[in-house]
Design a protein around this ligand. Structure first.
Ligand code: GDP
Length: 501
């Protein structure tokens, strides 16, 4: 029937992920919300009671302040009139509006970061979705919407504001429209200038214009601003953690491990639309369900680290040998080293799901297991190799393309093990959703195949590629430096990036 194949029995799983998801939402309009737990192989971190309380309070606030409510109408009027009047009335509903920037993986990570920031600062998280992303995700919050109504929003041209418009935090600081006075006695910044701007644009993408955002004293100033516009393509959570006022709260919200932040946030926030979920489940049942072990391989070829297909293929094989992931083959051109053979006992079947814009790696891997027998695991072992699409080029402006990309992110996230490409946010999202610490293929810097083909990640949390550097914060509450050293480190795949672990 419906659950044929190797899908976890419906009765054995906690559909709502330990209360992470609220009960009572409509099943039919968003099947993935209830069904995805049947497919994931891992759920390593249960949400804490504190996180559950925070999410339920967030959902209530979102309902009160969402588009369509009187409070929302008031906040938009306030924005139209340029701020100033009636600050007190605005206290209740303050917003952060996410703007699209870059590919799907980047977008999902900046959304997760923006949502966490909304949780930490009691804001309401809204998304300005362009047509290319319109039918990707379900509404995440019960009985309300996270979509910003674009028609009557007073700030024009939202999708083309770019990295550094005049209203960005840095511009406002430079022109003294926001002035921060630091009061030495209680470490709290006071905002001197009034009236405050009605909104502040945060340019937190890879150009990282607004590094000042990551200073505690500027956070205090931003608290008073009703509208923030977030322009980012980064997972900037690792740079929120060193802000003293957030550090304690993050520890309470995610006590089990810092790497559970992205895992839980992505599973909470993102539920593929029925269209995308149809692709995911059809593909899963047709090609992946029967396997005993599912291995996902995500290959992304960046221009800055491009190498010939054969070199990349050899890097994948070398990585697999180093980390004992794919089964070796008997004979043929692949040297068999018995000690390197994956150590899983008893025959069975493996599926290798290849996700890439190109068909080359899929074709080579499929031929490998067609032309040669897989090294036995104490019985006959069958290896199937599958690739859902090969789109050839990134086409973020196309909804149909993005739907396929999202389906592939989810198919990867059902893997037991993952090999992903370094520096790819597409790979990061798959690993965090999966709850798997991936094996990361290292980048061919200067187009030279790296000597170490890959590295096991110390955590499933994504890398922040552009942490704020050279930012001079006046002062702030004392940060627990030892704790920072224990939980923030340089990324495996990017030596100027940082990640939580
Ligand atoms: P990143 O560039 O690897 O960090 O990931 P992004 O997701 O931000 O941007 C890459 C975009 O290219 C994706 O969103 C897809 O549109 C497309 N893309 C890249 N790799 C694949 C793939 O393996 N499959 C599909 N369907 N699309 C891909």
């Amino acid at each position: 029937g419906e659950l044929a194949g190797n899908v976890t029995n419906r009765n054995d799983v906690d559909e709502l992920l330990g209360g992470l998801l609220t009960a009572g939402m409509d099943r039919r309009s968003c099947r993935s919300r209830y069904e995805s737990s049947w497919y994931y192989k891992h759920f390593p971190y249960k949400p804490s009671t504190h996180l559950l309380g925070k999410l339920r309070a967030y959902e209530a606030r979102h309902r009160r302040c969402a588009p369509g409510t009187p409070l929302y109408a008031m906040a938009v009027d306030h924005l139209k009139s340029g701020g100033g009047a009636d600050e007190a009335a605005m206290e209740e509903c303050r917003y952060i509006v996410w703007l699209p920037f870059d590919g799907l993986g980047n977008r999902m990570l900046s959304m997760a970061s923006g949502f966490l920031y909304a949780l930490l600062t009691d804001r309401v998280f809204l998304v300005a979705l362009p047509p290319d992303s319109d039918e990707l995700f379900c509404e995440p919050f019960p009985d309300t919407t996270w979509r910003l109504p674009l028609e009557d929003f007073p700030i024009a041209n939202l999708f083309n504001l770019g990295p550094n418009p005049d209203v960005s935090l840095t511009a406002l600081l430079n022109s003294k429209k926001i002035v921060v006075d630091v009061d030495d006695t209680d470490d709290q910044a006071a905002v001197a200038a009034t009236p405050l701007p009605a909104y502040v644009y945060l340019s937190l993408g890879w150009e990282m214009t607004d590094v000042a955002f990551f200073c505690g004293e500027h956070q205090a100033a931003l608290e008073k601003v009703s509208w923030l516009l977030l322009y980012s393509d980064l997972y900037f959570v690792p740079s929120l953690y060193p802000i003293a006022k957030f550090q304690d709260e993050l520890r309470l919200l995610f006590p089990a491990a810092m790497e559970s932040i992205s895992h839980l946030l992505l599973r909470y926030l993102f539920h593929p639309s029925n269209t995308v979920w149809g692709m995911v489940t059809r593909y899963y049942h047709s090609y992946l369900a029967h396997a005993d072990r599912r291995i996902g391989i995500q290959i992304r070829m960046f221009n800055f680290g491009a190498i010939p297909v054969d070199d990349m293929y050899n890097q994948i094989l070398a990585c697999s040998r180093q980390e004992h992931i794919l089964l070796e083959t008997d004979g043929g051109s692949d040297a068999v080293d018995d000690t390197a053979t994956a150590t899983i006992s008893g025959g069975g079947s493996d599926t290798i799901l290849v996700v890439s814009l190109y068909a080359d790696y899929y074709e080579r891997l499929r031929s490998r297991y067609y032309e040669h027998a897989a090294a036995k695991r104490g019985g006959d072992t069958w290896v199937g190799v599958f690739q859902p699409t090969h789109e050839e080029r990134q086409a973020t402006e196309s909804l149909a393309h993005n739907q396929k990309a999202l389906a592939e992110v989810y198919l990867l996230s059902f893997s037991d093990e993952l090999i992903t490409t370094g520096r790819s946010t597409f790979g990061y999202v798959s690993s965090s959703l999966a709850g798997v610490r991936p094996t990361i293929l290292l980048t061919a810097l200067g187009h030279k195949v790296p000597e170490t083909p890959c590295q096991r990640a110390v955590s499933m949390d994504p890398c922040n590629h552009k942490p704020p550097r050279g930012v001079v914060c006046w002062r702030g509450m004392a940060v627990d430096r030892d704790d920072l050293a224990r939980h923030v480190r340089v990324c495996e795949d990017y030596d100027i990036g940082v990640k939580l672990f």
